[in-house]
Design a protein around this ligand. Structure first.
Ligand code: ADE
Length: 251
């Protein structure tokens, strides 16, 4: 999978790409990230990439010419792969979008700065617009890095554990169940007995119930989209808002 990132600040990506899992994915040739500085494609001697908006008003707008020129130089005229603008006006990013995008072989990401983009970039250059949340960042770089990171986790071989992306929070549509590791007791707080029991069926049941309880408590909106089994429904019905042990555990 290859990402082409178009930005005014290519240097901000490097430390993250040179650390941990993404670093390993790049050196194992599972992932390639090409950084393109839009400013290199500004035609005037001051390398201007923004200008005041037609019609007046405050703020600056990203000019179309350097953005189009940088895309055309790196990608050719008519690339068939997704060209995504990072913007708070885009469709909300989710686990499912990350998984779908991980099936592409190449993705271009465009990071904005200033108050916005010339609308012709939206209309004639990008194929998609994505937001990472209902808040405004100073630029699209962090949002682009979040896409690269979350999409890369789905690429075969990127996570040490091939089940990693399957067991995630959201993969099942539920938040993830609580996890514990050694020691068995820490400052008087014990690991739940069932996890030490060696009884796989009981462990599976406990994890499922914990995931259901946690999702009901923290993200009840997610439950509406799910196909739940009879046992799931029965368990959820048994939880009263405040006093079940599962609810207490997950606080
Ligand atoms: N650029 C600025 N804010 C953003 C957001 N919330 N999502 C994606 N790109 C952005």
């Amino acid at each position: 999978m290859r990402f082409d990132i178009f930005t005014l600040f290519p240097e901000v990506f490097t430390p993250y790409l040179e650390s941990s899992i993404l670093k390993r994915a790049i050196s194992n040739h599972l992932l390639e990230v090409s950084l393109h500085n839009i400013r290199d494609w500004a035609a005037d001697k001051h390398h201007t990439t923004d200008d005041t908006p037609y019609g007046g008003g405050g703020g600056m707008v990203m000019k179309p010419e350097p953005v189009f020129a940088s895309f055309e130089a790196a990608l050719g005229e008519e690339p068939k792969f997704p060209r995504i603008l990072l913007t708070p006006q885009g469709r909300p990013f989710t686990h499912a979008i990350a998984r779908d995008l991980s099936r592409e072989t190449r993705i271009a990401l465009l990071c904005g700065h200033y108050e916005g983009f010339d609308e012709r970039i939206r209309e004639h250059l990008v194929t998609d617009e994505i937001s990472i949340g209902d808040y405004v960042l100073t630029g699209g770089e962090l949002a682009a890095m979040i896409l690269v990171d979350s999409i890369s986790r789905f690429l075969p071989g990127v996570l040490g554990d091939p089940e990693g992306a399957i067991d995630d929070s959201f993969a099942s549509g539920l938040l993830e169940y609580p996890q514990y590791t050694r020691p068995e007791e820490f400052r008087g707080w014990k690991v739940p007995d069932v996890l030490l029991s060696g009884n796989h069926a009981a462990i599976q049941k406990w994890r499922r119930e914990q995931a259901l309880a946690r999702t009901l408590l923290r993200r009840p909106d997610l439950l509406g989209n799910l196909e739940l089994s009879k046992a799931d429904r029965k368990y959820l019905d048994s939880l009263s808002a405040d006093d079940s042990p599962a609810e207490r555990n997950s606080k």
